[in-house]
Design a protein. Structure first.
Length: 332
């Protein structure tokens, strides 16, 4: 057992009043148990499933499957064929607010897209006319493009821009904007991974400043009556509820929206309708999510020609669909 640091102990006290809940939270991080993997199917899941499937969670969309612990879905031929994308259930949880939005938006922008999980969730849930995936860090572009290619996502374009430059280029153009923000990554501990300094106040303040800057740029991308989704994979109030409170105060035209599917997961740390998945619930490593709608006035900006500043794009499904019926039951 890894002993929690004093910073972690102090932080747990800020999150939970009850000692028993603090102990469960810390145990989930410092004595982590294996979590069921999940897969996002590009098309309807095959019947019968090639994997042992767990009962669905209340908020789980039908095109996501939770698999038995230890299932190695990433080694199955269907994975290489692009039939599905492997992810943690927490990523699905954070994207659940998208399920309530009108389908077929003209433009969806994922501001912090790599490695591509939220982009694929938005593409599968909304079927946008165009999906724009931005990643500001050049070394992360390869994994993003590889996943989009393998899963044959289209029509899609990839850019490598700072969020402020993206906002200056595409002001008030997108019906849906996603900010899965860089964060301290505290939920990595629940996956038996490391996250150095993830409870340190300097780390939290640094991430909070960065998240506010990205959210301010993302707000400029949203057209009137459009939607902005903010999510993280960390637990700190500084990076979650406090960022949401700051944004709602600074941009009152953005109205936070309730998400009925997540009513049982509403955060006890804010009056705003934001939602938490805690690692001790054993439904995923952990996530935070909040959805706003831009209810201000104004005309949307026409979408400009994008091809000149894209790193990569796919306009048609150039690869034949995987033959799901030919899937084998297991592939060690």
């Amino acid at each position: 057992m890894v002993k929690p640091s004093r910073l972690a102990l102090n932080y747990a006290e800020r999150l939970f009043e009850a000692a028993a809940e603090r102990e469960r939270f810390l145990a989930a991080l410092f004595v982590p148990q294996p979590l069921p993997p999940a897969i996002l199917w590009r098309q309807d899941p095959p019947t019968p499933s090639p994997f042992p499937v767990l009962p669905p969670l209340p908020w789980q969309p039908p095109w996501v499957s939770r698999l038995a612990v230890g299932t190695r879905a990433g080694q199955h031929p269907l994975h290489q064929a692009g039939a599905y994308y492997c992810l943690d259930s927490s990523s699905v949880f954070a994207a659940v607010p998208l399920l309530s939005l009108p389908p077929s938006p003209k433009l969806v922008i994922d501001v912090c897209a790599a490695p591509g999980g939220k982009s694929l969730l938005a593409w599968r849930a909304l079927k946008p006319n165009y999906l724009l995936c931005n990643e500001a860090i050049p070394k992360r572009l390869g994994m993003l493009i590889s996943n989009l290619k393998r899963c044959r996502v289209h029509p899609v374009g990839v850019t490598c821009c700072d969020s402020a430059d993206l906002a200056a280029t595409l002001p008030q153009t997108a019906e849906v904007v996603i900010v899965d923000a860089p964060c301290s990554g505290q939920s990595l501990l629940a996956k038996s991974q490391t996250a150095e300094g993830c409870f340190h106040p300097l780390t939290l303040r640094h991430n909070q400043r960065r998240q506010k800057r990205i959210l301010a740029a993302a707000a400029a991308l949203v057209r009137p009556q459009g939607w902005l989704l903010y999510s993280t994979c960390t637990f700190s109030r500084e990076e979650n509820e406090e960022v949401a409170k700051w944004f709602s105060a600074k941009y009152p035209q953005f109205i936070p929206q309730t998400v009925p599917q997540l009513a049982a997961y509403r955060s006890h740390l804010s009056e705003l309708p934001c939602y938490r998945l805690w690692p001790q619930q054993q439904e995923g490593a952990g996530a935070f999510t909040i959805l706003w709608q831009h209810q201000g006035e104004g005309e949307p900006t026409p979408i400009p020609e994008l091809s000149n500043w894209l790193c990569w794009q796919a306009t048609t499904d150039a690869v034949e669909a995987a033959d799901l019926s030919a899937a084998s039951a297991d592939n060690p």
